[in-house]
Design a binder for this molecule. Structure first.
Ligand SMILES: *[C@@H]1O[C@H](CO)[C@@H](O)[C@H](O)[C@H]1NC(C)=O
Ligand SMILES: *[C@@H]1O[C@H](CO)[C@@H](O)[C@H](O)[C@H]1NC(C)=O
Ligand SMILES: [Fe+2]
Length: 205
């Protein structure tokens, strides 16, 4: 008697899919949102190592996933460190969003997609008062406040994050790898709520 595993029986019923892993140089990373200042809009920014298309696919939460799509473009960024590291910064602006509605999205291109994230479009009511989380001096060796912010942001407790300077001591160290690492760490916040920044003393070079 040869034992027949249920999985083997199942496997024989479905056509075999052979999947390749998206190459690392076209995989989106460092996804973050910003508020362009126009009602009903949201900016989505991310990076890839090689140039790809810049697409955001999105839809209302609870509706059909990704039934809308918007395109933007990518600009080449070359770090000024000695390795001259290159990456592409993608920017897409979503417009015509319903005030205070929650959308689900991912970004990238047919050469690689990000995880799925969600955000709530800004409420345009005159009596609406947005909830801000405001902080400075968030290093990336001991980011104690990060876990709490991750949870509170994903629970929808803030409408905007304001990071007033001094990111990751310092973004340009190690040929900007510290900056890349920092942007990956804050994706768990910045992909869900507009993440607005202004420079601090460590960024003024
Ligand atoms: C990515 O860029 C590298 C270096 O420019 C190149 O060698 C490689 O072929 C590119 N890969 C893709 C998938 O475009
Ligand atoms: C927008 O904000 C106003 C004032 O706080 C509130 O009354 C209204 O319910 C909000 N709109 C939505 C769709 O949540
Ligand atoms: Fe400081």
């Amino acid at each position: 008697m040869v034992p027949v595993h249920a999985a083997c029986v199942l496997m024989s019923l479905v056509p075999l899919l052979v999947l390749g892993v998206p190459p690392i140089w076209t995989q989106p990373e460092q996804v973050h949102l910003s508020y362009p200042g126009e009602p009903g809009s949201m900016g989505v920014t991310w990076t890839t190592l090689n140039k790809t298309e810049s697409v955001v696919e999105y839809g209302l939460m609870g509706g059909r996933l990704f039934d809308m799509s918007a395109k933007g473009d990518a600009t080449l960024f070359v770090d000024s460190g000695e390795e001259k590291r290159k990456m592409y910064i993608h920017r897409v602006t979503l417009t015509g969003l319903k005030p205070a509605a929650t959308y689900v999205y991912h970004c990238g291109s047919d050469e690689g997609w990000s995880d799925v994230f969600f955000f709530t479009a800004l409420n345009d009511s005159a009596s609406f008062s947005p909830r801000f989380a405001l902080y400075g001096d968030l290093g990336n060796e001991n980011p104690q406040s990060l876990a709490r912010l991750q949870k509170e942001t994903q629970l929808g407790m803030y409408d905007v994050i304001l990071h007033i300077g001094d990111f990751a001591y310092d973004m340009h160290e190690d040929n900007a790898r510290i900056g890349d690492e920092f942007m990956r760490q804050i994706q768990s916040i910045a992909a869900y709520v507009p993440y607005m920044t202004c420079p601090g003393n460590h960024e003024s070079t």
